[in-house]
Structures are given as structure tokens and as C-alpha cells.
Write a protein that binds this ligand. Structure first.
Ligand SMILES: [Mn+2]
Length: 314
């Protein structure tokens, strides 16, 4: 907090392939700092997905390409467990560690000069909310942005991380003018027809193992090409796999680009999938984690990961 107080020109970076929490945490912190009279700008390697753009002002978050020449006295990263998660935005650090790391991933590597990571916090946006609250009143725009992060990281208040505190903060943000309906509509009701067809292809791959306690499905680079989809459209597919009756661990393999396979891990009640993810060089939370494998294709990724998941279930 003191470190932020002395900062003048602040860069706030979120992770690549941003989710609602990364966007809400970056945009929220930028707004808070600007309202304290500081120059602050947000950066996300892939920019903000089109369906979230109507929820925030245009000039809050830019891509690293646009910010390449800018200079900052303080760099903060949010919602990112390690440097690699920043993607192309890493280049803006010029080889130095970030000054401040704010996060809630249990697997955070403490890669900043100052590190604040609370694995018990359901969203990084909730940590940003606490900073906002300490500094002054929260207006409608900030409330909307923070609720985006909190609502999406709790699966719209239905995951195990939804405790009374989350609901109290959400109530407070709604009182300040945030609209849960706008967030839900942006996040959940903007599917494309191509994306729906990709989902149908993925569902046809779903396979059970470990007496029905493990389920996995995949999206190959060919499937993406044939349906005209990007990897972004497979976001959330793993939830469909986890929804199967009797399944404790769900895996989704997405090959994009060819030669790289992203693996999403989910569990329902007791298996800590972040441990599996860390074993494969990734990270995350006990119930939701991810990792990236450099393998020739989906088949090789399945051969590598499925036996580890089966072992974790035993
Ligand atoms: Mn998060």
C-alpha cells in the first residue's frame, strides 16, 4: 500500500488469455490509481475480449505493442501466478521483476519485489476491492469492474469459494450500482454459432476413465480450423465435462497453435488439481488449474496427463 502511495507512473499487467478476474483486477486498480491523481495504465497481452469491452472504458487496458515506448516507475502484476503467464507483456518489464505482485493463486511463485498473495481470496478483484475500500468511496464504474472479477472467478457465485464474505462484497457492489445481469449477459450470452458447433465436436470426444471419476475431452487444431474458431471459443468447455454425474476430475485438452496443447483441470470436491498442474509446469487453484504442454498433438498430451490424473484420484 505504501509502495503504491509513492508511485507516480504505474503499469498494471494482467495475464494473457484474460478471464474476467484478470480484466476486472487490472481495470479496477488502474481506476483506483487514476482517482488518486496518478498516471496509470493497464496492459494485457491479448487485449480485452470483445464481449467484455462494453463493461469498461476504452482507455484502461492496452496491448504491450501499444505501450512499448512508455516508461513507468512502478509495475504491478495481478492475477498471475508466474512471469510466463504475462505472455508478451513480459517484455515491458525489461528483465526486471515487477515491483508488486497481487494474486490469489496458491501456486504463485513470488516473482515480484513485493508479493501479496492470498490463496483464500476467491478473486484477485476482491483484493483490489479491499485496496479500493481503504482509499475512498467506490463509484458505479469501479463497482461494475470489480464485480466482473468476483462474479466470474466464483462461477457466478456457485463454486466452493463462494462464502458469505463474497456475497457481502457483491451486495455492496450492487448497492453502488453494479449490474450482475450486464456481467452475466456479457460473459455467458455471447456465444458464437461456430463456438456452439465446436462444443458439439468437443462433446463427441468426451471419454471416461478411473471408474467414471475422470472425464476428459479435447479440441484439436483441426477442429478449430474446421469450425473457424479460435482457442478463446473453447473457454468454459471444461465446465461441461465436469458437470457429468460421478466425475471428480475433468480435463480439457486444446491444441493451439499446433505443437502446443493447453490443458485445463477441474475437480468437484477433493482432488487438488493445482498439484497436477504444477507437476506439468502450470499452476492454479485446488479446483481449477491449467498448464501448457509442448507436445506434437492432443494424443501425446492425453498419454502424458491422464495417468497422472488417475494417480491423483487414487
Ligand atoms: Mn483470478
Amino acid at each position: 500500500m505504501d509502495r503504491l502511495g509513492s508511485a507516480q507512473r504505474v503499469l498494471v499487467i494482467g495475464h494473457a488469455s484474460p478471464d474476467g478476474d484478470a480484466i476486472g483486477s487490472v481495470a479496477g486498480l488502474v481506476l483506483i490509481l487514476r482517482r488518486r491523481g496518478k498516471q496509470a495504465i493497464g496492459c494485457i497481452a491479448d487485449g480485452v475480449p470483445w464481449f467484455y469491452r462494453p463493461l469498461l472504458e476504452k482507455d484502461l487496458i492496452h496491448t504491450p505493442q501499444i505501450l512499448g515506448e512508455s516508461r513507468f516507475d512502478t509495475v504491478v502484476t495481478v492475477d498471475s501466478s508466474d512471469l510466463a503467464r504475462l505472455g508478451d507483456a513480459q517484455a515491458l518489464l525489461g528483465g526486471d521483476p515487477p515491483d508488486i505482485v497481487l494474486d490469489h493463486h496458491q501456486t504463485n511463485q513470488g516473482f515480484g519485489r513485493l508479493n501479496y498473495c492470498d490463496p483464500h481470496s476467491p478473486a484477485t478483484a476482491l483484493i483490489v476491492y479491499e485496496i479500493a475500500q481503504a482509499l475512498g468511496p467506490i463509484d458505479e464504474e469501479l463497482a461494475q469492474i470489480l464485480l466482473l472479477g468476483i462474479a466470474t472467478d466464483t462461477g457466478f457465485f456457485k463454486y466452493g469459494n463462494t462464502d458469505h464474505r463474497v456475497l457481502e462484497v457483491a451486495t455492496e457492489l450492487v448497492k453502488r450500482g453494479a449490474s450482475l445481469q450486464r456481467i452475466a449477459s456479457a460473459a455467458l450470452e455471447n456465444k458464437t454459432l461456430n463456438g456452439l458447433k465446436l462444443l458439439a465436436r468437443m462433446l463427441a470426444t468426451v471419454t471416461l476413465a478411473a471408474d467414471g471419476k475422470l472425464a476428459y475431452g479435447w479440441v484439436s487444431a483441426t477442429m478449430l480450423a474446421e469450425t473457424g474458431c479460435t482457442e478463446q471459443e473453447a473457454e468454459g468447455f471444461v465446465g461441461e465435462v465436469r458437470a457429468l454425474h460421478g466425475v471428480e476430475v475433468a480435463l480439457l485438452f486444446v491444441e493451439s497453435p499446433p505443437g502446443e496443447v493447453h490443458v485445463s483441470f477441474r475437480s468437484k470436491s477433493h482432488v487438488d488439481v493445482s498439484e497436477i498442474a504444477v507437476e506439468l509446469g502450470g499452476g492454479g487453484h485446488p479446483r481449477a488449474a491449467g498448464g501448457l504442454l509442448k507436445v506434437p498433438g492432443v494424443r501425446e498430451a492425453i498419454q502424458k496427463v491422464v495417468p497422472i490424473a488417475i494417480r491423483a484420484l487414487q
